[in-house]
Design a protein around this ligand. Sequence first.
Ligand code: SAM
Length: 283
Amino acid sequence: MTDPAVAHGFTSVDTQPRPGDWVQVLDRVGAEPFYAAYKQRLEELLRPVEGARLLEVGAGTGDAALALRSRWRAEVVAVDSSLTMIEQARARGLAHAVVADGHQLPFRTDYFDGVWADRVLQHVADPDRVLDELLRVLRPGGRIALADPDYDTQVLDIDDQDLARRVLRFRADVLLRNGTLAHHHAGLLAARGLDDITVEARTLIVRDPSAVDNVMGLRTWAHTAATHDHLTPEEANRFVSRFDEAVGAGRFTYAVTFFLTAGTKSSARRTGTTRVPMVSNPA
Ligand SMILES: C[S@@+](CC[C@H](N)C(=O)[O-])C[C@H]1O[C@@H](n2cnc3c(N)ncnc32)[C@H](O)[C@@H]1O
């Protein structure tokens, strides 16, 4: 179970000590070729057409929404629960940027031609409800596209695999609310009667932790785990030593797989919302 005391910053950006730091996190991640490439693919999976009416939930700084708007001359609305993020999105030129919670979207039913959420379901309190809301505001025949890493897929080559696994499990099960949900996205769409469901995987491989890891903070996860009594301080120190040795020896490898899941809302879909349980024990 997720420990609320360890809540990830993206669950509540505005209450973090320095909310602006999370804007920088998104900018640094966005500059990584891996992220740019999968985001491009996610956009394709949405199958935008010129002039389409599209919604991004958990849009962050709005960069993806802006790119999509200019490429497709689409009407793109961005929603985020963080005012800090929405102010950034507006400052970057996204006029239709709204502070709202994905659990309760302030839009008409069947309004959008396409909806997407990129690295958002992993952070929300009730992903079933957010998914129901995304599908409610999507018109029959419209497209939904979801992306998230699934931390059940992590591997890390350091010299103590038991310790590595414990730290990675902490990341998967405690540090994120829904860190292992992404491989269930297709099932969640199928249970809601969507058509044409596809799943694609993209694996992030980190060989130089000074690059992406400055953003992910992988080296710090063990000490975070120790702070919350999931490891002893000695184990956390050992993890950092093994981590640094692996980097020094040129053997360091970390990988995690992202799932890109898309589907089409059936034109013959039942009206009303069907609550479908997520998974019995996501942790
Ligand atoms: C990891 S960031 C991803 C941002 C953006 N989608 C991207 O790819 O750069 C997650 C975003 O989801 C937002 N978020 C978290 N919970 C939310 C919720 N319940 N409703 C709307 N947005 C939420 C956060 O404020 C944050 O901006």
